[in-house]
Design a protein around this ligand. Structure first.
Ligand code: PLP
Length: 466
């Protein structure tokens, strides 16, 4: 609140105007339509700056998306140039060059025969598209019953009705309706929360067995798709056991269940590759959904990579006139695709290499925070990581006041110059991929101080005895 006041004092009443008229994502009933958040005026590289001039490291890179960093003139120019050449064309009856060129380049990066792209406006619409395509595909094949979707606890797949129905994070669904009859949720592959006394290998066996049993119970003829983030991102950067995803993918293949890999976060360099499914996790999915880093957040764009195999099946079907009645006004948007092409140039022109080299340093430096008694685990891969706080390290219980701990750390870190993404008892970090080693050191030093101050507060308030 002090920050907001400062922003108002320095600015033109933006904060107050926002509180009066702007509805922010994920509001609570008590604050809906009357909430202002930290006002950000500028971005440059890994930094964002508030109206009062306070500079923060953008710890979450926006929402895991500003991969090449803020204020890249190349992307701004690409956007302007394309808007002046062709700002929009209807994808219903016409085509444009940037979307064709981008599709070619994405297909060259995608695993196996994922050679086709359907463009959307973001991640939710990408997941929604993949799911509707699965339904269409099975309708055309005469498998009208084969529609159940397998998702997992801890998942986040979006905010449209069907994509949101897949979400499995605590609290996401408490007050929201969903297509519950269409979705079955499996366990989160979270090794940190595996049953006590169980090895990681045995935990992987347990997860695979649960999957097998679920398929047997429901019947493969009733299951259309399995949807999974390779790393559950908003669920707390859950990196699964090594062999888990390939084993699940094999069961999907054996049972004609489409494997949809949700790479909205993990693609475009976040873990060092353009797509991570095959290169990092050893999985060749039937579809990959992407968004965010495809334009580094400069333009709302997402999409679904689709495999030749699926299209071959449709072309050979007995219903050549069946229509996939699904499309968005902004599908294949020329400006979005032009930005994505330039963004890909930047990634391939050195940023991917940089991300691969700085990623292990980022992970190693962050793990030093496990020395602090409030920290139960630091985990992650590439340039995505999570610090999970616990009440005591013997039981690894989440803190009783878990709702507050991430926010408390964030508050201290913001004072010290770092924006954190607080998640219940966790802090998620996913900075722009251009972060240098020195900037990683700055970030970790601020986190160490912010967590230490939080520990002092908790002790002083008698809430924690670590
Ligand atoms: N899928 C994953 C894995 C995500 O993390 C998100 C957003 O955070 C989405 C889908 C939804 O994307 P969007 O917010 O662009 O609709």
């Amino acid at each position: 609140l002090e920050k907001l006041d400062a922003a108002d004092a320095a600015g033109d009443g933006t904060t107050e105007r926002a509180a009066r008229h702007l509805v922010q994502p994920w509001p609570t009933a008590g604050q809906i339509g009357a909430e202002a958040r930290t006002y950000i005026a500028y971005g440059d590289g890994i930094y964002i700056t508030g109206a009062g001039g306070e500079r923060l490291i953008d710890g979450p890179a926006g929402m895991w998306c500003v991969n090449v960093g803020h204020r890249r003139a190349e992307l701004a120019d690409a956007m302007r140039d394309q808007a002046m050449e062709l700002s929009y064309n209807t994808p219903w009856y016409t085509m444009n060059e940037p979307s064709v060129a981008l599709s070619e380049r994405l297909a060259a990066h995608a695993p196996g025969d994922l050679n086709h792209v359907f463009y959307t406006t973001g991640g939710s619409s990408a997941v929604e598209t993949a799911l509707r395509f699965m339904q269409f595909y099975n309708n055309v094949r005469g498998r009208q019953e084969k529609k159940t979707i397998l998702s997992r606890q801890g998942a986040y797949h979006g905010s449209t009705y069907l994509s949101g129905s897949l979400n499995g994070r605590p609290r996401d669904r408490d007050w929201m309706d969903g297509a519950d009859g269409m979705v079955v949720k499996l366990s989160s592959p979270n090794p940190f929360r595996r049953p006590a006394g169980m090895s990681v290998e045995a935990f992987s066996d347990f997860l695979v067995e649960e999957f097998r049993e679920t398929v047997a119970r429901i019947g493969a003829e009733r299951i259309g798709a399995f949807v999974a983030e390779p790393i559950q991102a908003s669920g707390g950067v859950i990196v699964p056991p090594d062999d888990y995803l390939p084993r699940i993918a094999q069961i999907c293949r054996d049972n004609d269940i489409l494997y949809i890999s949700d790479e909205v976060v993990t693609a475009f360099g976040r873990v060092g590759e353009v797509f991570a499914s095959l290169d990092v996790f050893g999985v060749e999915p039937d579809m990959i959904t992407f968004a965010k880093g495809v334009t580094s957040g400069y333009f709302p764009l997402g999409g679904v990579m689709m495999s030749d195999r699926l299209f071959e099946t449709l072309r050979r079907s007995n219903h050549p006139d069946a229509m996939f009645a699904h499309g968005l006004t902004y599908s294949s948007h020329p400006v979005g695709c032009a930005v994505a092409l330039k963004n890909l140039d930047l990634l391939e022109g050195g940023i991917l290499d940089h991300a691969r080299s700085v990623g292990p340093y980022f992970q190693q430096r962050l793990r030093t925070l496990e020395e602090l008694p409030l920290v139960g685990e630091v985990r992650g891969l590439g340039l995505m990581a999570c610090i999970e706080c616990v009440a005591d390290r013997d039981s690894m219980n989440p803190l009783k006041l878990d709702n507050e701990v991430g926010r408390r750390i964030d508050r201290h870190c913001q004072e010290l110059g770092l924006l954190v993404r607080p998640l219940i008892n966790m802090c998620v970090m996913s900075p722009p991929l251009v972060i240098s080693r020195e900037q990683v050191d700055d970030m970790v030093a601020i986190l160490r101080e912010g967590i230490s101050r939080t520990m002092d507060d908790l002790r002083r308030e008698g809430l924690w005895r670590g």
